[in-house]
Design a protein around this ligand. Sequence first.
Ligand code: NAG
Length: 328
Amino acid sequence: MNDDVEMIAVALLALLALPATLAEKVEFRMPGVMPSQDEAYLCTSVPINSNGEISLVGFDPIASGHTAHHMLLFGCAEPGSDLPVWDCGEMTQTEFDYPKASVCGEKPNILYAWAKDAPKLELPKGVGFKLAGETNIQHLVLQVHYMHKLDAPDYSGIRLETSDAPVEKTAATLLMVTGGEIAPKSKESFETACVVDEDVELHPFAFRVHAHTRGVSVGGWLVRESPEGVDQWNLIGTRDPQLPQMFVPVNDSSMVVSRGDMLTSRCLMDNKEDRVIRIGPTGADEMCNFYLMYWVDGDKTLRDNTCFSPGAPNYYWTSEAGLNHTPH
Ligand SMILES: *[C@@H]1O[C@H](CO)[C@@H](O)[C@H](O)[C@H]1NC(C)=O
């Protein structure tokens, strides 16, 4: 652009009192993949080329040809692979057409999830995820789950709405997760409880549950102790993990979580097999995850964004965390 034109543009923006920001819609898609077997989980990545911090404020799924069963968008410091496409399925045990690697090099941040027949996740007004700049999100990774093999290349993806204007409210995710195991032919409860020990004000707005085939129900609660020592349980949300595992709205969007509050989660599991099932990465193992998506005014999100417990049979709310009046 020549200088005169740029000057005029700046003057016009000043005149109209518009923020001189760059709002962009960019498409992030699979580069034409053709899995030759059912149940493929494929990932592709893109670096976020930005000089400073930007915000991700909107998502629009582009699931072409109804081939994608679900899509997840992750933010990573480094992607799990430098290849254009890789197999990033944690549950798959067979060798697929693409080399296998994890989603991110290190801990992934979930930014968005979409599934067929599941309600769309909208960020509340003024809320955005912060990317690039000094954040630990320098790459985006798109994971698509294809239920069936394809005979034509697929370009499913997401149209991302970004803004280089700072958003007032920052979105982030807390992961609540357990270890543990289930004895043969038995029911088990995997529980976590963590006290918020940071000077924050969290506004939960969505949650996602994740378990494999033995998961029956997964829930999260905010717990406050009353002066009489009676624990008050406020539901964040519960969901059947056999439904599409999407972010869905919380029970009470006016809930505020601050220092001293306790966040808890629980996965009820039913092991019908005649073997011990351990928490682990494959479909033969189980998982107990509760993702809490929240926003904060400004940018003070939780520094410690994982709440872990050893899970069953060594950790329960009533014994190890000393909680009472637990939900049925
Ligand atoms: C769900 O939220 C409402 C407020 O919107 C509250 O009155 C109710 O107790 C909550 N449900 C549970 C089970 O905590």
